[in-house]
Design a protein around this ligand. Structure first.
Ligand SMILES: NC(=O)CC[C@H](N)C(=O)O
Length: 224
């Protein structure tokens, strides 16, 4: 399965995630500079964490205008897999590929921590390696992670089962309904604030994030 990791000026988790897909999982992986316009060779697009364009204005607000994003939108329309992690989640909401927004954390501080998460739904390629309701721990590191959506959107994503991960116990940033990760209606686009790539190698003492990438392997790239 071929993975592509988008690189914007200011991305800083791109190599970490490529280490997971290429070195830990042995999958072909290439870095995709944000000015590229042909990503048709990819099965999975990863939008990594970081500070794209310095995250001035609003996180992800400039990155979504990068040339590659038109191809990312087409990739999603074809039902192929896209995962946005942290800054990548922010880019996906800014691009309109996922509903809602990520606003400044409730206490206005940048948070760097480890947090328990509940897997809300395990019948998607992303999460099928986990048990339904399993509690895992992943690192978080963000200043704008407070998930917000208007009432109608929020009840739609809840009713459609689009919430895949919820903060368990303490809510670190004030996200509505403790939301930490959601997918689009079709399930092929996933955005999450926690960093699974930072908890994928057991040498780091926690590999709860590895299954997220592992679960995808061998799955049809196109969901209906
Ligand atoms: N780790 C990240 O991707 C951080 C995203 C963004 N810069 C924020 O602070 O919210």
């Amino acid at each position: 399965m071929k993975f592509g990791v988008l690189v914007f000026p200011g991305s800083n988790c791109d190599r970490d995630v490529a280490y997971v897909t290429r070195d830990l999982l042995g999958q072909p992986t290439r870095m995709v500079w944000h000015q590229e316009t042909d990503i048709s060779d990819l099965d999975v697009v990863i939008i990594p964490g970081g500070f794209s364009y310095g995250d001035y204005l609003r996180c992800g607000a400039i990155a979504r205008f990068s040339p590659v994003m038109q191809q990312v939108i087409e990739h999603s329309q074809q039902g192929r897999f896209i995962i946005g992690i942290c800054n990548g989640f922010q880019v996906l909401t800014e691009a309109g590929l996922l509903p809602g927004v990520l606003a400044r954390n409730q206490d206005l501080h940048f948070i760097c921590d480890r947090t328990p998460l509940k897997v809300e739904r395990n019948n998607l390629p992303w999460t099928q390696g986990y048990a339904q309701g399993e509690v895992i721990t992943l690192p978080i590191a963000h200043g704008e992670g407070r998930y917000y959506a208007d009432e109608k959107t929020l009840s739609e994503i809840e009713d459609n089962g689009q919430v895949l991960f919820r903060y368990h116990g303490e809510n670190p940033n004030g996200s509505l309904n403790n939301i930490a990760g959601i997918c689009n209606r079709q399930g092929n686009v996933l955005g999450m604030m926690p960093h699974p790539e930072r908890a994928a190698d057991s040498v780091l003492g926690n590999s709860d994030g590895l299954k997220l990438f592992q679960s995808l392997l061998g799955k049809a790239a196109v969901l209906v």
